[in-house]
Ligand binder design. Structure first.
Ligand code: GTP
Ligand code: MG
Length: 369
């Protein structure tokens, strides 16, 4: 039967041979550039790079891209995606509420954010998409898996509490991701509020306020009294303008799973942040290990929509399983492609699982001896 060398496979996918070798190593296959791979192995590796391997009528191996390059599209300005981070109880959800003029925090169990919500806000000078994080674990998880969803971090620091553990963590995450920070010094309505102290403390992390000659934007807010919220939104938009964010809405959609769960009655549902292209009802897609066809799209206000463009968060129904936060969501050309990529990823996941399980049992064995 037909084989393909590591070097040839890499070339046809437009990646370095060393990257293919590294992926193979992850599958427990030690290979060199000239090594021949069988179709099954090639399929597994190719799926990681977004390619599918097919054996044509002539038995020749064909390498197909998960999403073919589309012609004629044009990049257009897109709304920024803003992640709100900060220490527990410093007012992240309250600030978002004030921005949305709704009241999610009071409806949350114990006032603690239970999930990542993503909301799109239409302001005077344009739209902004906000992601509310329950803690930083989800953000770290997404970033460690290569998913970069956020353009700007809004760092919320309570003026009566100052810089705390998770404030420092958030700064580290934003810096590692290379994302600009806009500071919201919140709870300035409190008697013991000391915004200057917050600036001094954050200054030690290089977040120097503009009035001290630095380039970090600080906004003093009270989510409770609705003070400074409009200024915060304006400053986010100013920061976004500098970034000149663009995306091509004419392409097939590509995005990231923000959250997903098994819903009683509705089956698996995933909140997807569209990053490129436009997602439409009826599209075939791959989301992590799973595939599907978009049965319905629901926006952040619970309305059914036919499509979602760049930077729009949308709830997708029609998945074959529940993907993980941070999984890539890619629209592909047809059902066959969606199913075969999902099948090969599941096979690979099982193999990886088996490999680590057998390693553990071997380790245990040695421990006993
Ligand atoms: P987690 O999601 O649990 O990390 O908290 P959070 O950062 O989202 O804080 P949340 O918005 O839930 O607010 C925590 C508490 O602080 C609530 O009791 C809010 O009412 C209160 N709070 C938020 N903003 C302000 C403010 O500007 N002033 C005052 N006085 N209280 C505020
Ligand atoms: Mg919250």
């Amino acid at each position: 039967f037909e084989t393909i060398t590591v070097g040839d496979l890499a070339k046809r996918m437009g990646v370095k041979a060393s990257e293919v070798i590294a992926q193979l190593m992850g599958l427990g296959v030690m290979a060199t550039v000239n090594q021949a791979l069988d179709v099954d192995t090639a399929t597994l590796v190719a799926a990681d790079f977004g390619y599918e391997v097919e054996q044509g009528m002539t038995e020749e191996i064909e390498i197909m891209q998960l999403q073919e390059q589309e012609e004629g599209g044009e990049e257009q300005p897109r709304p920024p995606v803003v992640t709100v981070m900060g220490h527990v109880d410093h007012g992240k959800t309250s600030i978002l509420d004030a921005i949305r003029k709704t009241d999610v925090a009071s409806g949350e169990a114990g006032g603690i954010t239970q999930h990542i919500g993503a909301y799109h806000v239409q302001a005077s000078s344009g739209g902004v998409t906000f992601v509310d994080t329950p803690g930083h674990a989800a953000f770290t998880e997404m970033r460690s898996r290569g998913a970069q969803v956020t353009d700007i971090v809004v760092l919320v620091v309570a003026a009566d509490d100052g810089v705390m553990d998770q404030t420092r963590e958030a700064i580290a995450h934003a810096k590692a991701a290379g994302v600009p920070i806009v500071v919201a010094v919140n709870k300035i309505d409190k008697d013991n509020a000391d915004p200057e102290r917050v600036k001094r403390e954050l200054g030690e992390f290089g977040l120097i306020p503009e009035e001290w000659g630095g380039d970090t934007i600080y906004c003093e807010t009270s989510a409770k009294r609705n003070i400074g919220i409009d200024e915060l939104l304006e400053n986010i938009q100013l920061q976004a303008e500098i970034l000149e964010l663009k995306a091509d809405p004419s392409r097939k959609a590509r995005g990231t799973v923000i959250e997903a769960q098994l819903h009683k009655g509705r089956g698996p549902v995933a909140t997807v942040l569209v990053q490129e292209g436009t997602l439409r009802v009826g599209d075939y897609f791959v989301a992590g290990l799973y595939s599907g066809k978009v049965r319905s799209l629901t926006n952040d206000r619970g309305e059914q929509v036919r499509e979602a463009g760049p930077a729009m968060p949308v709830e997708v129904q029609g998945l074959s399983g529940v993907p993980s936060a941070g999984d890539e969501f890619v629209v592909v050309k047809d059902e066959k492609m969606a199913k075969s990529v999902s099948a090969s990823r599941q096979l690979k996941a099982r193999e990886t699982e088996l490999a680590s399980a057998s390693k553990v049992s071997l380790d245990n064995l040695f421990e006993k001896i």
